[in-house]
Each structure stands twice: as structure tokens, then as C-alpha cells.
Design a protein around this ligand. Structure first.
Ligand code: 15L
Length: 268
């Protein structure tokens, strides 16, 4: 279901892997989509405004926020990155986005958190909206910080927020872990639309996964969002994936939800 209740939605990280999916998938979700990234954004389609900006520059973020009433904050460095790049991009950048949003009177933020905010839980733990972070990397730590930012700006200023603990959002599931963590691009778009459309969002922690038969996450506490994933990792559960060595119970990368990423920085 599309909505036009939003005047102008800002998407950060709009040239990125997921941001570019939102750029096309959320067409029509607002009268105007303002897209920002550090990188080149190409040519503006109808209803788009393109602004290249560095999220670690507060003045630039304040300017980005003018006239915006909802934000999808997907701008960040990727998971296997050292603290030196995580700090300006994910920590300072996210602070700037939330604070500038508050100053501009933004009503709602959809924040791209990550399964790496909870990557140190065991694969046989079942997590829900009340599960506290257990980050596995500097990146995961920055995502936990972003969830706390969202919590504070909702509690103090009633700026509504959904923190999406996104699993593995790729065209296909390519390893055994992804049978649990996979999120299709279409389901990501649907999830974001649900968070934009729901009349009252409040503060919500949501797991970004498709309708996977194997699962570690329980979204029942956020059923009010109406998210109904249409895709499933079952279609990838074939001999190709089973060629990989079977999980070793003592190896942290098989035992923990963050998978091989929990080994960072020892194994890049
Ligand atoms: C993430 O948060 C990354 O952005 C993505 O590249 C994947 O590696 C994903 O996690 C994952 O855990 O598979």
C-alpha cells in the first residue's frame, strides 16, 4: 500500500546497496523523495531531489533536513570496517541525522540498524523487540548506538522511530547462515512502507528478515506494523548451500548469530 501522507522523505545512503533499492521501491511514498549520499547520485527522476552531503558535517545535515517530515537513515560504512571509519560515518553521522531531524520537526525516522547489533547471541537464542543489543563489531556497536539515539529522541521529543535489525539483504541467500538472516529487496521495501504507513509507530525494534523457515527472530511484538514478507530463503536451501562444511559447534562463527563477522578484525 502506498501513502502520500508524507510531504518529503529524506533517504540517507541513497547511492548504497540498500538505499538504491529504496530509491526505486519508495517512489510515490511521498510527494518528494530527497536522496543524499557522499557519492554521486546520478540524474534526478520526477519527484526526486538529489543532494551530495557528508553526514559527519552537521551544517550540511541541517540543510538536508529542511522541509523533511520523515527520514530513512541508511547512510553508514559497512560491517567489516575499523573504528576510525565507523566513528565519523556511523556514530557522528547518526547523531547529526537525529539531532538535525529534531530541529527540523521531523515526525518519523526509519533507522537501518543491523543484526550485528545482536550478533553475539547464540543461534539457538530467539530474539524479539525487547532483546537488548549484544554487538559483534565496531559496526554493530555503532548500530546499537543508533538504536539508543532513536530511543532517546522518541522518549524526549516523541520523534517516532523504527530500528530495523536488518539481516542479510541480498538478491539471494548464498550460505547456510543466510537461510535464517535473508531479507529480499522486495521485503525490505515492504517493511519500510509498513513503517511509513502505520498511523502510530511509537518506538519499535523490528527484525529485517523474509518469511524464512529457519529463524532466530520473532517479530510478533511488532505485528501492528502489518509486515507480511512475500519471499522465503527456502528457495535457496539446496545442494549448493550444503556443499559448505557443516557448522562446527565450538566455532564462534557457526555458534553465534553474527556468523563469520564475529571474528572481525582477526579474519577480515
Ligand atoms: C550487514 O549488516 C551488512 O551490511 C551486510 O553487508 C551483510 O554482510 C549482513 O550484515 C550480514 O550479516 O549478512
Amino acid at each position: 500500500m502506498s501513502t502520500t501522507k508524507w510531504q518529503r522523505i529524506l533517504i540517507t545512503g541513497a547511492a548504497g546497496r540498500l538505499g538504491s533499492q529504496l530509491r526505486t521501491g519508495l517512489q510515490g511514498a511521498a510527494q518528494v523523495l530527497r536522496l543524499t549520499d557522499l557519492r554521486e547520485l546520478g540524474t534526478a527522476a520526477a519527484g526526486e531531489e538529489l543532494v551530495q552531503a557528508d553526514l559527519s558535517d552537521f551544517a550540511a545535515v541541517r540543510a538536508l533536513m529542511q522541509g523533511v517530515d520523515a527520514v530513512l537513515h541508511f547512510g553508514a560504512v559497512m560491517v567489516m570496517q575499523p573504528w576510525d571509519s565507523v566513528l565519523p560515518a556511523n556514530i557522528i553521522g547518526s547523531y547529526n541525522v537525529f539531532e538535525a531531524a529534531r530541529q527540523a520537526g521531523v515526525k518519523r525516522i526509519i533507522y537501518a540498524s543491523s543484526s550485528h547489533a545482536v550478533g553475539m547471541y547464540a543461534c539457538n537464542d530467539v530474539l524479539d523487540a525487547n532483546s537488548p543489543p549484544r554487538p559483534d563489531t565496531p559496526y554493530g556497536l555503532s548500530k546499537a548506538f543508533g538504536e539508543d539515539l532513536a530511543r532517546m529522541y522518541f522518549d524526549k521529543y516523541q520523534m517516532e522511530a523504527a530500528c530495523l535489525r536488518i539481516g542479510s539483504c541480498f538478491p539471494e541467500a548464498t550460505d547456510e547462515r543466510m537461510l535464517a538472516t535473508w531479507l529480499s529487496h522486495a521485503d525490505l521495501v515492504q517493511l519500510c512502507r509498513c513503517c511509513l504507513d502505520v498511523p502510530v509507530l511509537g518506538y519499535a525494534i523490528v527484525y529485517g528478515m523474509s518469511d524464512n523457515p529457519r529463524r532466530w527472530w520473532d517479530n510478533s511484538k511488532v505485528a501492528f506494523l502489518g509486515y507480511r514478507p512475500q519471499d522465503s530463503s527456502a528457495v535457496f536451501d539446496n545442494d549448493q548451500l550444503k556443499k559448505a562444511p557443516p557448522p562446527n559447534a565450538t566455532d564462534p562463527s557457526s555458534r553465534l548469530q553474527g556468523g563469520r563477522f564475529v571474528l572481525y578484525p582477526e579474519l577480515p
